[in-house]
Write a protein that binds this ligand. Structure first.
Ligand SMILES: Cc1cc2nc3c(=O)[nH]c(=O)nc-3n(C[C@H](O)[C@H](O)[C@H](O)COP(=O)(O)O)c2cc1C
Length: 397
């Protein structure tokens, strides 16, 4: 996301899922977004304004005719201030009101008055959601350009099973953050990102792997998606949630990764190889579990594929970016890798610092191109991803 502070107006309406909107506020605040909450009167029956006020650090508005806290006319001022208006959870009632031009409280009036994108995250009983009137209202609003984050299926608070559960709060926050991304400079570009570790199996239960968490690669895939690219993320085994809006492929070994990457490589515009691919694998894979004995055990390893080198050889018009995780001679080794593997850019990653690197949310990197070097301060992996694509875009010109 660009670093200019953004404003989100969050409308909370009266359903059981109203408490989940608290989590959305904290997630957005973590991205330094200014969040203003408007609560419908009914929603105040479910959660107190004080909770939203504390988390958003802004006054919560619910009563349109309350004495103004500032000289500005609030429904207009928030409508103007908003870069995006999110309604989560959105009741059948608010959907119906907006679809029919009703503006009888602060939230519905603000929706009418705003020019910002409006996103609804509905949550309601399955039968309510399936009701033809609700569905017609949703279609009508979609036709006017309003966005919807579809509810999930599952067991609802009322005990029924079916569709109507508020979408995952992380997904809602991620979609909002993605929509706030104003710089769409990768529209029409195909971007391939690899992430996470690979594993080299020894026997059916054991394997060799490394400490890569996948966080850097996933952040890069998300940044490319937010800038409008068509993104494929090929990931080794890691615990992260699959980002929305990207084509996702899970692989295990170096060989799997090479195979999957080669299938699409020729069609890509930008390839960022962030995965920590195993360089060696056991010479022999034991089909049965290796038994423990009293003797020493030696495992013989052989070289595995050098995927980046293969891609460098086959490169046509792609921009090829590699990563170098080094614990010594960082820049020298990274520069050698840039040249040997025919890369356009390499991100040198000093793994000797214990406050950044593998499992951390932070990184401190130096990005090298063929003729330049950019040393970045310690920053979040998301910020590194942002800076990385700023530099990739300069290479494109
Ligand atoms: C316990 C309870 C739970 C409710 N849950 C929902 C819900 O999840 N979704 C919904 O659309 N309406 C739900 N309603 C009904 C709304 O609160 C009602 O339609 C209200 O008028 C909505 O007002 P609002 O849209 O201004 O918040 C619930 C009502 C009660 C009493």
């Amino acid at each position: 996301m660009s670093h200019q502070k953004k404003t989100v107006v969050l409308g909370v309406t009266g359903g059981i899922a109203a408490y989940k909107a608290l989590d959305i506020v904290s997630r957005l605040k973590k991205y330094d977004i200014d969040v203003h909450v408007i609560m419908s009167n009914s929603s105040c029956e479910f959660v107190t304004p004080l909770s939203f006020q504390s988390l958003s650090q802004n006054i919560v508005i619910s009563d349109m005719f309350a004495e103004p806290k500032s000289w500005e006319i609030q429904h207009i001022s928030l409508a103007k201030k908003a870069d995006l208006l999110l309604i989560a959870p959105a009741t059948a009632n608010i959907i119906g009101k907006v679809a029919n031009g009703i503006a009888d409280d602060m939230l519905s009036t603000t929706v009418m008055a705003t020019k910002a994108p409006v996103v609804f995250a509905p949550a309601m009983n399955t039968n309510m959601y399936a009701n033809k009137i609700v569905q017609d209202n949703i279609s009508k609003l979609k036709g006017y350009g309003y966005d919807f984050i579809e509810p999930n299926s599952g067991r609802l608070a009322c005990g029924d099973n079916g569709t109507g559960k508020l979408a995952d709060t992380k997904l809602i926050a991620d979609i909002v953050i993605s929509k706030l991304h104003t710089c769409k400079d990768l529209v029409g570009k195909k971007v391939l990102v690899t992430a996470g570790p690979t594993i080299a199996p020894i026997d059916p239960v054991r394997y060799i792997s490394n400490r890569s968490s996948g966080k850097m690669g996933y952040a890069i895939a998300e940044e490319a998606r937010d800038r409008g690219a068509d993104v494929t993320l090929i990931s080794g085994p890691c615990d992260l949630e699959i980002p929305f809006g990207v084509k996702f492929l899970k692989v295990e070994t170096n060989g799997d990764m090479l195979c999957s990457v080669l299938k699409i490589y020729d069609n890509m515009d930008i390839v960022v190889k962030c995965a920590a691919v195993a360089d060696y694998k056991p010479k022999k894979y034991a089909k049965e579990k290796i038994k423990k004995t009293d003797k020493e055990f030696t495992l013989e390893l052989e070289k595995d594929n050098d995927i980046l080198y293969e891609l460098g050889k086959k490169k046509k018009n792609q921009i090829l970016v590699g990563f170098a995780a080094e614990s010594e001679n960082l820049l020298k080794n990274a520069e050698a890798k840039l040249n040997k593997k025919n890369l356009d850019m390499i991100v040198a990653n000093d793994i000797s610092c214990n406050d950044t690197g593998f499992k951390s949310d932070f990184n401190r990197v130096t990005i090298l191109t063929r003729n330049d070097k950019f040393s970045l301060d310690k920053m979040t992996k998301k910020e590194v991803a942002h800076e990385l694509f700023n530099l990739i875009n300069k290479l494109k010109r």
